[in-house]
Design a protein around this ligand. Structure first.
Ligand code: NAD
Length: 444
């Protein structure tokens, strides 16, 4: 991987003039996440001269499902919840993508994440399209019983529009394997196929059809991509310094795996505080502490630091693995890293992206860096379909192969088109989708 020249303008600057944006009547707020995501896609579409008909199809999701459902809370009152399921594109296979429980779930954000899933599956060449869902709620404020009732009602509300060959949800922010088990059970109880219904969702517990290696898969994929790409910019994984934004499922695993590969994690920040230790923070101990305390605050073997100190910590690799658009111009100015590997989807807003590109930071885009989760979800779906069980070594081997091939595909597309890695990853995905539309045609 050799460093690409800094981009003269962001995808947004470029695509604000794109006629497809006008044609589809998009919001004008430049920080709107959906506008940002479509703009990136359209910039890559220009690079490969993608057909207009494919651009407009991908510019909007096929289906936007919004539901409202009442749930009886522990104190006896009923609360009305709002849920979404966005089915972006299914040209390559069933819609695929997680659902999240978070207070800030909004339609345009879920649409963006669904579009990114379409791109991710196409880049890694797994036979799925893109989807995403969510329920507007604070899972930390719900009891276990309430969480279960919300999950079962959300599943019932969208059950007619999903299915093992139609749309396959998975975990995301605020959801986990237990929630997937309740979701699958609800679907199976009302499905004619009953046991085959288990494939309606991935990320299930291993004892209930889940795959070995799924829990760590996204973090493992981040580590696999870094190991494949960093030698190209002269950074050996052994001894490299890393900072982590977010320490949930993805980054706690990425941190543990990278430490085991010889990297030194010197700074971590989550919603509770920032931590720094220039000698390295033990990721295994921190993961145990974080699980017990719902956050990293109070960990004794590192100094507590504020937001600015966290971002200013000099590192080789910065891995954002929290929420979308957290890195704005201010945080990007503070950042002192050579490479940013996007474990989270769209971690920068357009202004943050612009600052980082201007500083020459090499950005490994989310559709490549965090594709490990959906890849192992595909393995889980395959195992359920064929009633076989892979061991952890087979999962790791196949995941590594998919991630390394996708990384090389992105580099080759970058070199061929002389663009940055984000544009290259989208272009490589769009080439595949465009080729499928070419041979399938558009009905009628
Ligand atoms: P998670 O809920 O397990 O963890 C989220 C982390 O973000 C937590 O550590 C939380 O403390 C932190 N966070 C939240 N608000 C913060 C703030 N204001 N400041 C600092 N930290 C904050 O979620 P996850 O599953 O690890 O997902 C993280 C990101 O990775 C999301 O963007 C998600 O869409 C993406 N992703 C997840 C998967 C997966 O398999 N879980 C797959 C692909 C992409």
């Amino acid at each position: 991987m050799t460093t690409a020249p800094a981009k003269p303008a962001t995808a947004l600057d470029q695509a604000a003039r794109d006629p497809v944006i006008e044609e589809l009547g998009f919001p004008t707020d430049p920080n709107n996440l959906y506008l940002q995501t479509v703009s990136t896609m359209l910039e890559a579409a220009d690079v490969i001269d993608l057909k207009h008909r494919v651009r407009i199809i991908l510019g909007q999701p096929k289906n936007e499902i919004m539901v409202h459902f009442p749930v009886k809370m522990d104190d006896g009152h009923h609360h009305l919840f709002k849920g979404y399921r966005i089915q972006h594109n299914n040209a390559l296979g069933p819609y695929k993508g997680g659902f999240r429980y978070h207070e800030d779930v909004h339609l345009d954000d879920v649409k963006s994440l669904a579009l990114l899933m379409t791109m991710k599956c196409a880049l890694v060449r797994i036979p799925f399209g893109g989807g995403k869902g969510g329920v507007k709620c604070n899972p930390r404020a719900l009891s276990e019983g309430e969480l279960q009732r919300v999950t079962r009602r959300y599943c019932s509300a969208i059950a007619d529009q999903i299915g093992p060959e139609v749309d396959i949800p998975a975990p995301d922010v605020g959801t986990n394997a237990q929630i997937m088990a309740w979701f699958a059970d609800t679907y199976m109880m009302s499905s004619k196929d009953h046991h085959d219904g288990i494939r309606v969702v991935t990320g299930k517990p291993v004892e209930f059809g889940g795959s070995a290696g799924r829990e760590k898969a996204t973090g493992q994929g981040v580590a696999d991509v870094l190991a494949e790409m960093l030698p190209g910019v002269g950074i050996p994984v052994q001894g490299m310094s890393v900072s982590l934004l977010g320490f949930g499922n993805v980054n706690s695993w990425a941190g543990r795996i990278l430490q085991d590969m010889g990297a030194k994690i010197v700074a971590v920040m989550d919603h509770t505080c920032g931590l720094r230790n220039d000698n390295g923070i033990d990721m295994h101990k921190l993961a145990t502490h974080s699980e017990a305390n719902y956050g990293i605050k109070g960990f004794a073997e590192a100094d507590e630091i504020g937001e600015e100190d966290f971002y200013r910590t000099t590192v080789d690799v910065f891995i954002p693995g929290a929420l979308e658009q957290m890195i704005k111009a201010k945080q990007a100015e503070w950042l002192d890293c050579k490479v940013m590997a996007e474990a989270a989807n769209a971690p920068c807003d357009p202004s943050g992206d612009r600052v980082l590109s201007g500083k020459g930071v090499e950005i490994i885009p989310a559709i490549l860096a965090n594709a490990g989760g959906v890849t192992v979800s595909y393995f889980e779906w395959l195992q359920n379909k064929s009633s076989v069980v892979w061991d952890a070594a087979q999962v790791d081997r196949e995941l590594n192969r998919h991630m390394c091939v996708a990384a090389r595909r992105t580099l080759q597309t970058r070199d061929k088109n002389k663009c940055d890695l984000r544009t290259a990853a989208f272009a490589a995905a769009l080439e595949h989708i465009g080729a499928v539309y070419k041979v399938r045609g558009i009905f009628p």
